[in-house]
Ligand binder design. Structure first.
Ligand code: ATP
Length: 308
């Protein structure tokens, strides 16, 4: 088994009839990393996750999870991973405690102290019937069952959906602790800020295809910035047009506004020909970067950028 790789997808493809779920996905999640799986609604995140767990069969391609074939080794694999589905449904009348006891037994016996500690962290009342719980509380039950047995790999589909901001922070702390303990985390999201806080790398999907795989830090560096420069005297648009990476140049008297993709130095050098009073550069976040991938990558074909 290749112990450096927790999840490997090769050409992984699922069509629902003629409708594309995910196509030609090549992706590796390294052991011990937190990978965010980002994309807008309908991009193919849930489809991918369900393929990795053999809840769906691929139209083409294959996946290896913890060195196992999800189809052949399904039972063993499901014991070794912690999975949080995107849509939780608990049909029975059991209390959260009963349900979690069932999951604990199915995982070969998880210490009850571990379950109650997780429930306390998430402020989950274990005595209540799960069916009657709010979406957020059901989500907490789902998180407890995913984390309870300290699995080698956590596969989490939209894990913070329904959680209030305090509980989202608690969840992120749980992910950081899992990482520190050597566990691997693969989590889908369209909440970019949360992924930015915990992930080592992100894979971005759109329209059923992988658009990019990047380290979170390099996403920030590559992002498009909006820059505003205040000069002593009026400047002209022409002076700043055609500089590498600089676009959307607008001048109003002594104030220049533009968009910079990549390094700021060409713009700064051109600006230094004048007296610069102030320079403002909006700090790029993952959201802006993501949107720029999503909206501006149309012309980039299916090229996949992979970050080390
Ligand atoms: N059972 C299904 N039958 C037909 N089409 C489906 C089915 N499940 C998903 N799809 C389609 O596959 C595409 C990918 O959906 P998927 O649920 O994987 O996206 P997602 O990224 O998880 O989106 P979301 O964030 O909304 O959950 C969408 O166009 C969706 O309509």
């Amino acid at each position: 088994m290749d112990t450096d790789v927790a999840v490997r997808a090769e050409e992984l493809t699922k069509f629902y009839g003629s409708r594309r779920g995910i196509e030609g996905l090549d992706l590796e999640v390294r052991s011990g990393e937190v990978m965010g799986f980002l994309g807008p609604n309908g991009a193919g995140k849930t489809t991918t996750i369900r393929l990795l767990l053999d809840f769906l069969r691929p139209t083409r391609g294959r996946a290896t999870v913890l060195g196992m074939n999800p189809r052949r080794d399904k039972e063993l694999l499901h014991q070794r991973i912690g999975y949080l589905p995107g849509e939780l449904s608990f049909p029975g009348r059991e209390s959260a405690a009963d349900l979690l006891r069932f999951f604990a037994a199915a995982r070969g016996g998880v210490g009850w102290a571990r379950v109650t500690a997780l429930a306390e962290r998430l402020e989950l009342d274990l005595s209540r019937p799960v069916r009657a719980m709010s979406k957020g509380n059901k989500q907490k039950v789902g998180l407890v069952q995913a984390f309870m047995h300290e699995p080698a790999l956590l596969v989490l589909d939209e894990p913070t959906s329904g959680l209030d901001p305090l509980m989202q922070q608690e969840f992120l702390a749980m992910v950081r602790e899992a990482r520190a303990a050597g566990q691997t985390v693969f989590m889908s999201s369209h909440v970019l800020a949360e992924v930015q806080q915990v992930a080592d790398r992100v894979a971005i999907v759109r329209d059923g295809r992988l658009a990019a795989v990047e380290r979170v830090e390099s996403l920030g560096r590559r992002a498009v910035r909006v820059v505003e420069i205040h000069f002593d005297d009026p400047v002209t648009v022409d002076e700043f047009t055609g500089l590498p990476g600089v676009s959307d140049v607008v001048v109003e008297g002594p104030v220049l506004r533009c968009t910079v993709d990549g390094r700021l130095s060409p713009l700064v050098k051109a600006a230094a020909r004048h007296e610069v009073v102030d320079l403002l550069s909006a700090e790029p976040d993952l959201e802006e970067t993501f949107l720029s991938y999503y909206y501006h990558a149309e012309g980039a074909g299916d090229a996949v950028r992979t970050g080390a």
